[in-house]
Design a protein around this ligand. Structure first.
Ligand code: DC
Length: 337
């Protein structure tokens, strides 16, 4: 089962930066749910739809085809073959997005897209209703907030830095508060702190401090049986017995949602191949079962900088030890099999 970390909160509380970094640390995919509402809004405006008419928006949203796929540690969105980019970050989108996001049909569509993403592995999802409506059973849930002044200052700085707009902090604050009010008072899935969610006020915290709180609570909640969570692992084994054990190890990674990346030495690959899984394993397995564990051929990876752990069978330990110890100080050699 994929693991989900859910982070809600008002605009400008720092959700995006925190989610992105925590996802990277956990080896999870970052999911910006607000971008999906922005895409529907952008498309509606491009097509001259009245965003204040729930009926018009509901009807129009059926026609918007959004493709979601994992790319560089996040879920990327495409409309046709186009990535929306900064088109969806402009102030005019902000003004209309809250209205579009109030429409039930839009929320249903976005919720279905978000829930479908668990097939890609562990997720850190940020938004307004992730902890309450989309993933109420998430492994860890956070409500990230900050004073209106702190949020407005951050957003304004971001807009100027990215060259998206040149509003004053006061103008940004006005627009934030207007959106907060619509987002929190709407009928369907309004923004609110979920019971049991961990509340973090980031007004006087640095980004690093917030990341630490979210990361520590998340890894604790995930139980980090995933000692290997998000790690890069070199599987260097030979022999059928070791291969059998390696299959069990891969199974454990998948079960824990560890999201590890595994490379194999050539010799290991010969023993631990999808086809041999079924003959070696007591319970026959299918290739799909191991899809969340990414496997590459060892030749494509610079081991010196890539591997966090080397998992070896005793028989191959010497060879691998020689190979790895010569090239990387930080390589931890684990003889597990
Ligand atoms: O986080 P953001 O500013 O990119 O969000 C854009 C709009 O979408 C904002 O009006 C809130 C809304 N939204 C929502 O209703 N539910 C979510 N899960 C995420 C965003």
């Amino acid at each position: 089962m994929a693991k989900v970390i859910a982070i809600d909160g008002p605009s400008g509380a720092g959700k995006s930066s925190v989610s992105r970094i925590v996802a990277q640390k956990l080896g999870f995919l970052h999911v910006d749910s607000g971008a999906l509402y922005r895409i529907v809004t952008w498309q509606a405006l491009e097509n001259g739809i009245d965003t204040k008419s729930p009926e018009a928006v509901a009807q129009f949203c059926e026609t918007v085809d959004i493709e979601c796929r994992p790319e560089n540690g996040r879920i990327a969105y495409y409309v046709g073959s186009v990535q929306p980019g900064e088109n969806i970050r402009k102030p005019e989108i902000n003004a209309h997005a809250s209205h579009v996001a109030s429409v039930k049909e839009v929320r249903d569509k976005v919720t279905a897209l978000l829930r479908g993403m668990v097939k890609y592995g562990g997720l850190v999802v940020e938004g307004r209703d992730i902890t309450t409506a989309v993933f109420p059973d998430a492994s860890a849930r956070f409500y990230l907030t900050a004073s209106a002044e702190a949020r407005a200052m951050r957003r304004q700085k971001e807009e100027v830095e990215k060259g998206i707009a040149n509003q004053t902090a006061e103008e940004v604050k006005k627009s934030l508060l207007a959106r907060d009010s619509i987002d929190s008072s709407r009928k369907y899935a309004p923004l609110k702190k979920a019971d049991g969610a961990i509340e973090i006020d980031s007004s006087n915290l640095t980004l690093d401090e917030v990341v630490q709180i979210v990361y520590n609570s998340s890894s604790e909640a995930l139980g980090l049986r995933g000692f290997f969570m998000g790690r890069n692992i070199l599987l260097g084994i030979t022999g059928s017995i070791a291969a059998y054990k390696a299959v069990e190890l891969l199974r454990l990674f998948v079960k824990n949602g560890d999201n590890v990346k595994v490379v194999m030495t050539k010799a290991a690959a010969e023993f631990v191949q999808p086809l041999t899984f079924s003959t070696l394993s007591r319970n026959p397995v299918s290739i799909d079962e191991f899809a969340p564990v990414k496997q590459w051929n060892v030749e494509h990876v610079d081991l010196a900088t890539w591997a966090d752990f080397v998992v070896v069978a005793p028989a191959t330990a010497n060879t691998i030890a020689k190979m790895s110890c010569g090239i990387a100080d930080n390589l931890l050699l684990s003889v597990l099999l």
